[in-house]
Design a protein around this ligand. Structure first.
Ligand SMILES: Nc1ncnc2c1ncn2[C@@H]1O[C@H](COP(=O)(O)OP(=O)(O)O)[C@@H](O)[C@H]1O
Ligand SMILES: C[C@@](O)(CCOP(=O)(O)OP(=O)(O)O)CC(=O)O
Length: 342
């Protein structure tokens, strides 16, 4: 039996820009997890996850996997299986049980459950076959599995979920990766040129997280921004890059005022994207979340694609701030940074 665990994540800055290859974002892993348990089985494999339909799979005589429905989980199993076959390792059949702390009553919180599930499944299955992959190679495999299902996903959530702690992330060119014919070739592809992951020191500021209670569809929001094709998108990208760079510098030098001012600027830059696209990133409830935090001396912004999900505040832990959030219909989430393993 193999058990793996992967944390959820939150975007701190760089969302939407990071969808463009090579553009950076900063994320943090949080201490709520997905746990995957793998047990070898005979003939039929079962994927069981609470609140979801159990999916079964089997192999044809030549080892090819057969599954009726595809999901993030099956894509993750499949990509590892292709690598196994390319390396001449004999196939196995196994059951997976998935437990999630990243949903509330079956509703997504915006904490990156799809990334965490893919990361935990990839870790379990690569361990089963003894593939001996580094964390960076597992991030690459998880990105390949994810883009099979969501071609535009940046993969920032995967990097945060794999490494833990605070990270700086730059996305690869997923369109180039998708053209590679084997997993081995995709792992070495030129599509990784702009890709980068690096650990950042955590600030001593407290991270406070509020949930709006409204799940948002990241994919629809990203597609809508692309369709809107705002004339000033290049300026948005340039500003985002500058803000992320100054946030990384402030984290590295322990400059708390610099961290807070970069977070404020990141909020403004997203507000400009909202203005030029007409897409509601900072909803009324996210605006209330941010304004309340600002009134308490914190720096705040929506986290991720916006439109609902979560907002973050960086400052000094403040019970008054949290109770004002509650009065405004925002649920404070009791989350802490999940430190990296390294
Ligand atoms: N426990 C789970 N078991 C299987 N698949 C899951 C599980 N949790 C999440 N997923 C997959 O991830 C998707 C949600 O991911 P995502 O949009 O990243 O949400 P969020 O970031 O808000 O958690 C689900 O629709 C499902 O496909
Ligand atoms: C817009 C984005 O840059 C960030 C989206 O982050 P979210 O935190 O909104 O994502 P979910 O985990 O699906 O809720 C898209 C991306 O990077 O793929």
């Amino acid at each position: 039996m193999i058990t793996t665990r992967a944390p959820g994540k939150l975007y701190i800055a760089g969302e939407y820009a990071v969808v463009e290859p090579g553009h950076p974002a900063i994320l943090v892993a949080v201490d709520r997890h997905i746990t995957v348990t793998l047990t070898e089985s005979d003939g039929v494999g079962c994927i069981a996850s609470s609140g979801r339909r159990t999916v079964t799979w089997h192999r044809e005589a030549d080892g090819t996997m057969v599954m009726k429905r595809h999901s993030y989980v099956t894509r993750a199993i499949e990509v590892v299986d292709r690598l196994r076959a390319e390396r001449g390792i004999p196939p196995l059949t196994f059951d997976l049980t998935i437990d999630s702390e990243l949903e509330e009553g079956g509703r997504k919180l915006g904490l990156g459950s799809s990334a965490a599930v893919v990361v935990a499944v990839i870790e379990a299955v690569t361990e089963l076959y003894g593939l001996g992959l580094s964390p960076i190679d597992r991030i690459k495999l998880a990105i390949l599995a994810t883009v099979a299902r969501s071609p535009r996903a940046s993969g920032g959530d995967i990097a945060a979920s794999t490494l833990g702690g605070w990270i700086l992330y730059r996305s690869p060119d997923r369109a180039v990766l998708a053209r590679e014919r084997t997993v081995t070739a995709a792992m070495e592809s030129a599509g990784w040129q702009g890709f980068d992951v690096r650990a950042l020191p955590a600030p001593t500021l407290d991270l406070m997280v509020g949930w709006t209670g409204t799940p948002a569809s990241t994919q629809s929001l990203v597609d809508a921004v692309e369709q809107a094709g705002p004339a000033d998108f290049d300026a948005f990208l340039a500003d985002s890059d500058r803000i992320v760079h100054s946030l990384a510098g402030a984290l590295e030098s322990g400059d708390h005022a610099g961290v807070q001012s970069a977070v404020r600027e990141a909020r403004q830059n997203l507000a400009r994207l909202q203005e030029s696209t007409g897409i509601a990133i900072e909803t009324d409830r996210l605006a209330a979340l941010c304004d309340i935090a600002v009134a308490h001396g914190a720096a705040a912004k929506p986290s991720g694609a916006g439109g609902g999900d979560c907002g973050i505040a960086l400052g000094t832990f403040d019970r008054g701030l949290l109770s004002e959030w509650e009065s405004a219909g925002i649920v404070p989430l009791d989350l802490h940074v999940q430190e990296g393993a390294a």
